[in-house]
Design a protein around this ligand. Sequence first.
Ligand code: ATP
Ligand code: MG
Length: 473
Amino acid sequence: MNAQDSFNDRLKKAGKTISTPRVIPRAEHSISRTNISDSAVKVLYRLKDAGYKAYLVGGGVRDMLLGREPKDFDIATDAHPEEVQEQFRSCHLIGRRFRLAHVRVGRDVVEVATFRANVPAVEEGETRSVKKGEDRHTENGRIMRDNVYGTLEEDAWRRDFTINALYYNIADFSVVDYTGGLEDLKAGWIRLIGDPVQRYREDPVRMLRAVRFAAKLGFRIHPDTEDPLFDLGYLLEDIPSARLYEEVLKLFMGGCALETFELLRHYRLFEHLFPQTEDDLAQEREGFPSELVARALANTDARVAAGKPVTPAFLFAALLWGPMRRQAEPLQAGGESETQAIQEAGDVVVMRQVQRIALPKRFSMPMREIWTMQPRFTQINGKRSLSLLMHPRFRAAYDFLLLRGESGEDVQDLCEWWTKFQEVNPDERQTLLRAPVAGAKAVIGSEALAATAATKKRRRPRKRRKPAGAATE
Ligand code: ATP
Ligand code: MG
């Protein structure tokens, strides 16, 4: 019997879940306390010594079993949030949708969640609260608040994927598996617990999580879990834009951005996150679909792999460059200066995008600057070029210029010139400034400029998987 059948069977039993988990003793699995952060171990022991159950759960257990380094360690316990708080000097309770305890240990914050139960099967269209005090509240099948506490077993069944529902018990160092997660971990399946359509409706972000874990772990999404993805993307449109922003960062800044992007497009989820970008990608420019987004994501992955910083400003600049260009072209053709056109088009594109995904101002401002600095690269002139070089955002804007060059925009000459300009000594800089670059006028590329460019020999970008290492500070 697979995890889903057994889940449904159990739920039929008057909402009760009674089953025997598979328990793997310490000697038969690879998780060792030495791989768990000291802070998480301290919190686990503190809860256990106070008489509570305490387990490590989620990505920490999953990743350790796979021999990967976990990103963080989440703890599940039967202690209620207030009881957790009593155990620690520095602990505060957060969250409305989910109430959680954040325990501070030294410089770390350890997240502690109380076991919760999933109350299943709310009919579509029905709005109701289960239990007094609105512990759990759903609207049209979507979970708005989820604070019905439960047992360890109930906690396991309410989690998203089987591989995320494995528990490491600090009392005897065993691993506890109610949902078949160990088998799926071995077989490489991302499988939702329960009825996939219902679970996606409860929380559409699970669709993004399925894709993220598939890309990150190199797993396949189980057919039952995969099928509804193609049709349910529209549910993402009801998710608050601030939550989607957090998820998008996880999707694109976790080191597997390119793979994730390709899967999101495959499942038709991307168009619900970045509709303008999807439109732009669907149209060809000078006979080719744009490669800029894919290259930017490959660069981001290369930087993450090298331990270099990445910023949402650069990422969003790349994701929205195509739509912004498309919007700017008629403005420029209508007589606006290039900078003006970029600014105006940027306003429109950003305004539309933030309705879906709440890009904070501290990133949208530098993103806009990266764009508006692009025309300045064409103005090769002593004072202006030197002042551009000193601009605090020069590095990001220059990297963006390189990205455009790699992606087939006709700015290769400019890229070479600006690369050289940075490398040479002040005397040589003067020489360079006296011999300006050919093609210095091509920037966002109106159709007219593109036509001129097309008469030159076009240099196609190389295969996009090759990381180019553009910086994004
Ligand atoms: P990582 O931290 O490596 O990205 P993770 O699996 O730990 O992956 P978190 O977002 O930290 O992901 O969540 C911790 C755990 O909480 C998950 O493993 C899963 O069991 C549960 N969980 C998180 N989000 C959901 C959700 N939307 N629905 C159901 N369970 C969830
Ligand atoms: Mg986690």
